[in-house]
Design a protein around this ligand. Structure first.
Ligand code: SF4
Length: 337
């Protein structure tokens, strides 16, 4: 049984008013729980003009963050440079239209990360699980999921002073001990570089496109994982939970997660591209659930204030503008796009 945390009133929980651009769904990995990927050649890349049209519609919809979420082209592919350039250009475009980009495009080279820092206020990559045994099961055909490759991304982000979001995918064949080991690794890297702004605890939620036949992570277990994560992680790392995946609100699951120590609900937009079978609630719907339980839902930027000084001058001035207006925006959902 998790005891409520002693918190001062009003208790706040944050979310990011966001929209996801997908440069491509093609991915050379084949994680068996994936509901996102297509084979190479099956997903036309998002053109800059298509993206510009979409972004211009979003300018009046209260969106702040543009999450650039891409499937991966193999690092040794002849198309890698073009793929990377598209991701860079989308970030630059989003910035030019006044949005704050956050890119998650799988493992990158050090030079790719360094370049993307110029057009992103933060970046992300799920560590998922450190245990190598998943390379024999759900990640057997997913070279990008080699734990050492992903740990190195966290290290490089730290060296480059990139505010970073990472997290665990729960319920893909790991043990409880594996959770704590993964969380301890994140904590260790953060103690060195101080750059991890959020850790997402994402429960495996089966979707209609995945090949792996396995049950969902039990939402009743999530509060205990959150409470233990709160003990392991440094206090300046926020724990994020995806509100569309934590179980039915009427079951009290979101509130139980907050009582256990989660304080952020991530990017809320019209579609969860990674879990398309689980629509996001709107901010208004979340407020109706959370306010009676004593929680105030507050919009935030995709970069936390303690990292503003790490940004280049042009990014910082845009972020400063957003800091003065973010409280006045509301959820971008539902969007008419
Ligand atoms: S989960 Fe990510 S890395 Fe794995 S196949 Fe899907 S898009 Fe690719």
């Amino acid at each position: 049984m998790i005891e409520p945390m002693p918190v001062s009133h009003p208790r706040t929980v944050t979310y990011s008013p966001a929209y996801t651009l997908v440069p491509t769904y093609e991915c050379f990995n084949r994680c068996t729980y994936c509901n996102f990927r297509t084979d190479s050649g099956k997903s036309p890349w998002l053109s800059l003009s298509e993206a510009e049209n979409k972004l211009k519609q979003l300018q009046t919809q209260g969106v702040c963050e543009i999450l650039i979420l891409s499937g991966e082209v193999h690092p040794h592919s002849s198309r890698r440079a073009e793929w990377f350039q598209r991701i860079y250009d989308l970030g630059e475009l989003a910035l030019s239209l006044g949005f704050l980009p956050h890119t998650n495009a799988g493992p990158l080279s050090f030079e790719e990360m360094k370049a993307l820092k110029q057009v992103n206020v933060s970046m992300g990559l799920m560590l998922e699980q450190l245990t190598p045994k998943l390379l024999q099961t759900v990640h057997r055909q997913a070279p990008s999921k080699i734990p050492g490759v992903r740990l190195q991304q966290l290290e490089w982000a730290g060296e480059l002073q990139i505010p970073f979001t990472t997290g665990l995918l729960l319920g893909i064949g790991e043990t409880q001990e594996d959770w704590w080991e993964t969380l301890e690794a994140i904590a260790r890297i953060h103690y060195t570089y101080g750059h991890i702004q959020e850790v997402i605890l994402q429960p495996h939620s089966p979707g209609s496109q995945q090949s792996w036949d396995a049950p969902a992570f039990d939402p009743d277990q999530l509060p205990e994982v959150i409470a233990k994560a709160r003990e392991i992680l440094p206090g300046d790392i926020t724990i994020q939970i995806p509100p569309n995946l934590v179980g039915h609100p009427q079951g009290g699951h979101p509130q139980a997660c907050l009582e256990a120590g989660a304080r952020d609900l991530g990017g809320i937009g019209p579609k969860d591209e990674v879990n398309p079978d689980y629509p996001h609630p709107t901010a208004q719907e979340l407020r109706e659930i959370l306010e009676p339980a004593g929680w105030e839902l507050v919009p935030r930027l995709p970069v936390y204030p303690q990292y503003d000084s790490w940004l280049s001058p042009n990014l910082r001035s845009l972020v400063e503008e957003w800091r003065t207006t973010i409280r006045t925006v509301d959820s971008p959902s539902p969007l008419k796009l």
